[in-house]
Write a protein that binds this ligand. Structure first.
Ligand SMILES: [Zn+2]
Ligand SMILES: [Zn+2]
Length: 401
């Protein structure tokens, strides 16, 4: 099959692979194909299970908490969004609604439609386009991040509060595990080839290619729609440089308030507590949960710092191109892109904690002055990662035909 690498735009012919073999791009080492027996049936089953379980995870009780026998709260995800909206801070409520429920639900639904149509031969409108949507939602649907945040929030809240995980929490855990299994077992090349097979031979000269499904579309012109997934062929990515640069430039000064000001202000019976970023880590460590403190530092400080440095380096190399280290930078981008969603964990911890420990007059949580900058820094870095494409560096270095 003929595949055009999405990262470096090299068109290459891949011979039929023996079972278990993996094909990587000859230029930038991007993973291109694997011959596995799995196909997409397991992913389809997982996606169907998610569609069934996600409503229960949202509607059933997630945590029961008793605060020093003074109050009893049963929190459900469906009711926690308005609590976060009114009590804590509205961007967080949208973030939780979107990344924790809506996008995972849409992703699973698109997978069921696209893969189901291939499995049972339903005649539907453009399965390739629907499968592309499900793939593009992958980094924005975050049940795994929410689960880890839930574990940290549980231990953070459990010292003054007796917290018990409810049915909803177990359903959500199942959703996250199913999403992980479905993602890992999916043979994407098999799905694309089932929708429309890749060309078997490499024609002479330049071929217009799709940078989502990596199809080399022979007999199509640049700017046409991809015959398989409907994306633009040979998409012009040069205009993506400016927004990526702008997002990084705005994120840098925001880091100061994000990491020094209080994220959560806690109006306690005994006084007002302010939780800064590092204060939360200290609190976890003091209670003996130092391992969760490590999780918070790694995801909240180390990853954003790496992303910022990496993005500045890669953006600089688009402006001042060189062919040396192109492969290294491309591989760095792939690692950073995979990590970009994890800093969101900090906000999910705050979001999950808020309804658990929120008893008016006893423990009242509100967002501190650091919350908005922190949310913006994380969102801007995710956006910069989404705008930036490694192909910018390859084009700038004159390596793309
Ligand atoms: Zn490549
Ligand atoms: Zn395509």
């Amino acid at each position: 099959m003929t595949i055009t690498c999405a990262d470096c735009a090299a068109t290459q012919v891949i011979p039929p692979l023996p079972l278990g073999a993996v094909a990587v791009c000859r230029r930038c080492r991007r993973f291109l194909a694997r011959h596995s027996r799995m196909g997409f049936e397991l992913t389809l089953a997982c996606a169907m299970a998610i569609c069934i379980l996600l409503p229960s995870a949202v509607l059933l009780p997630v945590m029961d908490s008793t605060i020093r026998k003074l109050g009893f709260i049963e929190s459900r995800l469906v009711s926690s969004v308005p609590v976060i909206y009114t009590e804590v801070w509205f961007p967080l409520a949208f973030g939780v609604l979107l990344f924790a429920f809506l996008l995972p639900a849409f992703r699973a639904l698109f997978q069921v439609i696209a893969l189901g149509s291939l499995r049972w031969g339903w005649r539907i409108w453009q399965p390739g386009r629907i499968f592309r949507w499900s793939e593009q939602l992958a980094s924005w649907s975050m049940p795994d991040v929410v689960v880890i945040a839930g574990v940290v929030a549980y231990f953070r809240a459990s010292a003054p509060t007796v917290v018990e995980a409810g049915v909803g929490a177990w359903c959500y855990l199942a959703v996250a595990i199913l999403a992980l299994i479905g993602d890992r077992s999916l043979d994407r090349r098999a799905v694309w080839n089932a929708i429309l097979p890749d060309a078997t031979s490499l024609p002479d000269g330049h071929v217009a290619s799709c940078d989502v499904c990596e199809m080399a579309a022979i007999s199509r012109r640049p700017g046409d729609r991809c015959p398989r997934c409907g994306h633009t062929l040979d998409r012009d990515i040069a205009p993506r440089f400016a927004p990526a640069l702008a997002a990084v430039a705005v994120a840098i000064p925001l880091c100061v308030p994000a990491f020094t000001a209080a994220i959560i202000v806690n109006d306690n019976l005994t006084g007002v507590w302010q939780h800064t970023f590092l204060g939360t880590v200290e609190l976890l460590a003091d209670r003996g949960y130092w391992q969760y403190g490590v999780v918070v530092v790694a995801t909240g400080v180390v990853i954003p710092a790496l992303e910022l440095i990496g993005l500045i380096w890669m953006l600089a190399k688009v402006r001042f191109p060189s062919t040396r280290g192109l492969v290294t930078r491309t591989r760095l981008y792939r690692v950073l892109q995979r990590l970009a969603r994890w800093p969101m964990i900090i906000l999910f911890i705050a979001a999950i904690d808020a309804p658990i420990v929120d008893v008016r007059g006893i423990r009242d949580l509100v967002a501190g002055p650091g919350a908005t900058p922190l949310f913006l820094v994380i969102a801007l870095l995710m956006l910069a990662m989404a705008f930036f494409k490694p192909r910018l560096m390859w084009e700038a270095a004159g390596e793309v035909a």
